[in-house]
Design a protein around this ligand. Sequence first.
Ligand code: ZN
Length: 121
Amino acid sequence: MTRSDSRPGSDAADGTAHGDWTAPGDPGDPDDLASGGDDAYAVPSDAPVVECPRCGRPFARERHRDLHVGVDHADLDADERAAYEAASEDERAELRRFRIVSLGLLVALYFGFLFLYAVVG
Ligand SMILES: [Zn+2]
């Protein structure tokens, strides 16, 4: 099966189009990821697609494609390297923010229950 055969336009006719991008098999399967994944992806026909210039794998966002190119492909040119580093820095900044917000919520929850116990209990 070629990649174009798995496009959602062909799936939509029989009502099997998925609301989200899915790859055949278990997407969390480490063996599948280690081998570069399967070639077939179900992509909604109206969804904006950013494809990898090397393997054609579809992504929803340019940043995801840039991260994929930097991680899964070798011999990056200067533009690809710069895009990968920018995407990687954005990813690290988001993770840092998520950790800070999560810690703040956990502390607020802890002291909230502590004060509630002190007042009510
Ligand atoms: Zn690729």
